[in-house]
Design a protein around this ligand. Structure first.
Ligand SMILES: C[S@@+](CC[C@H](N)C(=O)[O-])C[C@H]1O[C@@H](n2cnc3c(N)ncnc32)[C@H](O)[C@@H]1O
Length: 295
């Protein structure tokens, strides 16, 4: 983006207040062109040119990976995307920062990062502390644009470029041993075949490369009910009410996951079978987990 366009973007947002619960204004990511992504992909130059859209998104979605269940869950998921608000952003950030600092990956420099199921690509600037020193790729089967909330908070998003690939974790377009870090935040539980994604991750990672996976822990019904009651009778009751009304209006699904994990063991075993070494693993407050493993 040129300096002129960046200034124009911010000028329009000045004195243009947004409410927490309103639909977001969407912005395109700042993307690498085909020449810039060629060195990382295992496709021919002609194939890259053919799959590249005018706005520099490489469409690498094979139909075969889309199952009927994935399609229907995904439809519900896209409603969730459209109604994401700054409430979700500010409440999700502590987890990102905790994870980045604990794993040390927040300080990564001079690395090639593949953010699989990366959604909007916000991780580029809200997980990494030196994004300008990384080569970052966003890989996701859905074209999820940037909400104005990100643009308001992270000016780097308008200046730094990322690679943007429409594709599935189960079939990555990258060359063997081309990446230093594979991230998969809250996406493994949306996949049709997460085991195949782990196989692909092993292939694209360099020797000693790392994979960081997060996901939700499937809480028992009793725990979910007590959480719900806790919110109902807390000081944030009106906030809770506004959020629920916003979600209802936008038909947000209560649960849009395709896979549920009640512990980290099954993924850890899968990673070990593939030859990964588990470096860290934690279930946080019974709700979310993360696993860091090295090839
Ligand atoms: C809950 S969102 C997480 C987005 C992002 N990682 C974040 O933390 O903000 C899950 C994402 O997984 C994507 N997804 C669904 N199936 C996938 C697949 N098979 N491979 C890669 N991503 C997938 C969805 O499109 C969605 O953007």
């Amino acid at each position: 983006m040129t300096k002129e366009n960046i200034l124009k973007t911010y000028f329009e947002l000045i004195e243009n207040p947004r409410n927490i619960y309103q639909n977001a204004q969407l912005y395109e990511q700042n993307r690498f062109n085909s020449e810039e992504i060629k060195p990382f992909l295992r496709l021919s130059d002609a194939d890259i040119e053919a799959k590249m859209t005018k706005s520099n998104v490489l469409d690498y979605r094979p139909d075969a990976v889309k199952t009927e269940e994935w399609e229907s869950q995904n439809k519900r998921f896209m409603n969730y995307h459209r109604s994401l608000t700054p409430f979700t952003l500010i409440n999700g950030l502590p987890f990102n920062h905790y994870l980045g600092i604990k794993t040390g990956l927040a300080y990564a420099e001079n690395k090639v990062v593949l953010d699989v199921g990366g959604g909007t690509g916000q991780t580029f600037v809200n997980f990494f502390q030196y994004p300008h020193k990384l080569t970052y790729f966003l890989i996701d089967p859905n074209l999820r644009l940037l909400h104005d909330q990100f643009i308001r908070i992270y000016p780097q998003l308008l200046t730094l470029k990322m690679g943007h690939i429409l594709g599935f974790g189960e079939k990555l377009p990258f060359k063997d041993s081309s990446a230093d870090i594979v991230l998969c935040f809250a996406a493994i539980d949306h996949m049709a075949d997460y085991k195949q994604f782990l196989v692909e991750s092993k292939r694209v990672l360099k020797e000693k490369g790392q994979i960081l996976i997060t996901g939700h822990i499937d809480a028992p019904m009793t725990k979910r009910a007590s959480r719900f009651l806790g919110q109902l009778f807390s000081a944030t009751f009106f906030e809770f009410l506004a959020r629920k009304m916003h979600q209802l209006t936008n038909r947000v699904a209560i649960d849009d996951h395709t896979v549920h994990f009640d512990n980290t063991q099954v993924i850890e075993n899968e990673l070990k079978n593939l030859g990964f070494r588990i470096e860290q693993s934690e279930i946080i407050k019974g709700r979310q987990f993360y696993i860091l493993a090295q090839k």
